[in-house]
Design a binder for this molecule. Structure first.
Ligand code: GLU
Length: 427
C-alpha cells in the first residue's frame, strides 16, 4: 500500500494522524479499498462570514467543519476557537473523532471544526455574534441527525446554547423544539446533560484508574502534573486528587507553577476564574520556566491542552510512569517512539479523552427521548463504556503485540471495516 503523503502544517497533527493510521492499517492488514475511503475526509466545509464588532467595524472570519466519515452514524465532534485552527487541524481532529466514537461503540462518525480566532481578543457580545453568524453560515451542513458539534478548546456550554438557539431559530416554528440535539455540551437549563461538563476529565481519571489496577499500583500517594487548566485539566485534577494523588505542577498559556506540597485544584480554579482563566500569580507554590515542566519528577502526566506538546525534543526528559492524553494529539509520533522505548506507558487520546463524547451521546439521547438523567447515573454509564473499551484495547494490544495507541486504532478500524464489508459501497 502506498504511503499517503502530507504537506507540512502549522501544528503537524494531520501528519501525525496519518502516520498513526498507516501504521495500524499495515499491521492489521486493513482492506485496501476501505483504507482508501478512510484516509480521505467525506466533506470539508469552509465558510467566510462577516460580523459587526462592538466599535461598528466589520471583520470577516473563517470557519471550518470537516466531516471525516459517517459510516457508523452522524458526524460528531467539537468546535474549537483558536489561532491554530485550519483545514489540516480540522481534518486531523475529525479523523480522531471517527476512531474515538468507533472505539467506545457509539453510533457516530467523526467531524471537527472551529474558527481561526483568539477569543480573548473579543467581547462576549462579539463572541455571541461570531458564533451565531458561524452557525448561520454552516446552515444545514450540521443537524441533529447529520452532524452534531460540541465544545472543544475555548468553546463552552454558553457557546453551545447560542448555536442551538440560532440553528433552531432558522427552522420553521413547528420543528424548532425537535432540533435541540443539533449540538451537545449545552447548559443543563437548556437541554444539557448533568455531568457533561466533567465528562472528559472524569473519563481521563477512569482510564488512569484502570491503568493503576492493571499495573497493580495504588493511586493514593502518587504524584501528577497537568498541562492546560481548562475544562479537561481542571476536572481531571479534581477527580485524580480525590483518589489521593498529589498535583505537583500545572502549566497553562500564562505560566508554569509547581508546589512540592501539591495544589488544591478547586482552590486553583477559583483563583483562575478571578484572573481571566489564568493560573499566573497563584500564591501557593512557585513559578517555573515553561521548558522544565515535562521534566518534573512525577508518576502521571496529563497533557490537556493542545496538540504536539510532547515532541522528540522534550520527550527524553520525561520521568513519569504514564501519560494520560486528555488533549487530542499531544504526543508526536516521533516522541511516542522515544517514550515507549523508555518504558513510559501512554493512554492514547482516542480512548483517554473519549468520556467527553460519551457524555455527549447521553445528552443527545436524553434530548431525543425528552428525558432527564441524574449525575450519578451519567457518570456510571460513562465509566462502564470506558472500562469496556479499555479492556478490549488491552486484549488487542496483547494479540497483536502493539502499543495501546495502535491497538486502539485496530479496534476502531475493525469496526469500520466490518460495517463497510457488510454494507458494500453504493451503487
Ligand atoms: N471536543 C471533544 C472531543 O474532542 C468532544 C466532542 C463531542 O462531545 O462531540 O472529543
Amino acid at each position: 500500500m502506498e504511503t499517503i503523503k502530507t504537506k507540512p502544517t502549522k501544528t503537524g497533527m494531520y501528519e501525525n494522524v496519518l502516520r498513526q493510521y498507516n501504521q495500524a492499517a499495515d499491521i492489521m492488514g486493513l482492506h485496501d479499498g476501505i483504507r482508501k475511503i478512510l484516509v480521505n475526509t467525506n466533506n470539508e466545509i469552509l465558510v467566510n462570514f462577516p460580523v459587526k464588532l462592538d466599535d461598528g467595524s466589520i471583520e470577516v472570519f473563517t470557519g471550518y467543519r470537516v466531516q471525516h466519515n459517517n459510516a457508523l452514524g452522524p458526524y460528531k465532534g467539537g468546535l474549537r476557537y483558536h489561532p491554530t485552527v485550519d483545514i489540516d487541524a480540522a481534518r486531523a481532529l475529525a479523523m480522531w473523532m471517527t476512531w474515538k466514537t468507533a472505539i467506545v461503540g457509539l453510533p457516530y462518525g467523526g467531524g471537527k471544526g472551529g474558527i481561526q480566532i483568539d477569543p480573548s481578543k473579543y467581547s462576549q457580545s462579539e463572541l455571541e455574534r461570531i458564533t451565531r453568524r458561524f452557525t448561520y453560515a454552516l446552515g444545514d451542513n450540521i443537524g441533529p441527525d447529520l452532524d452534531i458539534p460540541a465544545p472543544d478548546v475555548n468553546t463552552n456550554a454558553r457557546i453551545m446554547a447560542w448555536i442551538a438557539d440560532t440553528y433552531s431559530s432558522i427552522k420553521s416554528p413547528s420543528v424548532r423544539q425537535k432540533n435541540m440535539h443539533v449540538v451537545t455540551g449545552k447548559p443543563v437549563g437548556s437541554g444539557g446533560l448533568e455531568g457533561r461538563d466533567r465528562a472528559t476529565g472524569f473519563g481521563v481519571v477512569c482510564n488512569i484508574k484502570k491503568w493503576a489496577k492493571s499495573a497493580q499500583k495504588e493511586l493514593n500517594g502518587m504524584t501528577f502534573i497537568v498541562q492546560g487548566f481548562g475544562n479537561v485539566g481542571y476536572w481531571a485534577s479534581h477527580f485524580l486528587s480525590k483518589e489521593g494523588a498529589k498535583l505537583l505542577a500545572v502549566q497553562d498559556a500564562s505560566a508554569t507553577i509547581a508546589s512540592a506540597e501539591g495544589f488544591d485544584p478547586d482552590d486553583l480554579l477559583k483563583y483562575a476564574a478571578e484572573n481571566d482563566g489564568n493560573i499566573k500569580g497563584y500564591e501557593h507554590g512557585s513559578e517555573l520556566e515553561d521548558q522544565h515542566f515535562f521534566a518534573i519528577d512525577c508518576d502521571i502526566i496529563i497533557p490537556a491542552a493542545l496538540g504536539n506538546q510532547i515532541t522528540a525534543d522534550n520527550s527524553m526528559q520525561i520521568k513519569a510512569k504514564v501519560i494520560a492524553e486528555g488533549a487530542n494529539g499531544p504526543i508526536s509520533v516521533d516522541a511516542e517512539k522515544i517514550l515507549l522505548r523508555n518504558g513510559i506507558e501512554i493512554i492514547p487520546d482516542i480512548l483517554c479523552n473519549s468520556g467527553g463524547v460519551i457524555g455527549s451521546y447521553y445528552e443527545w439521547l436524553q434530548n431525543k427521548r425528552s428525558e432527564n438523567w441524574k449525575l450519578d447515573t451519567v457518570l456510571e454509564m460513562i465509566e462502564d463504556k470506558l472500562n469496556d473499551a479499555y479492556d478490549r484495547i488491552t486484549e488487542v494490544s496483547k494479540i497483536y503485540n502493539v502499543s495501546s495507541r495502535t491497538a486502539a486504532y485496530i479496534v476502531a478500524l475493525k469496526r469500520l471495516e466490518l460495517t463497510y464489508k457488510e454494507r458494500g459501497v453504493f451503487p
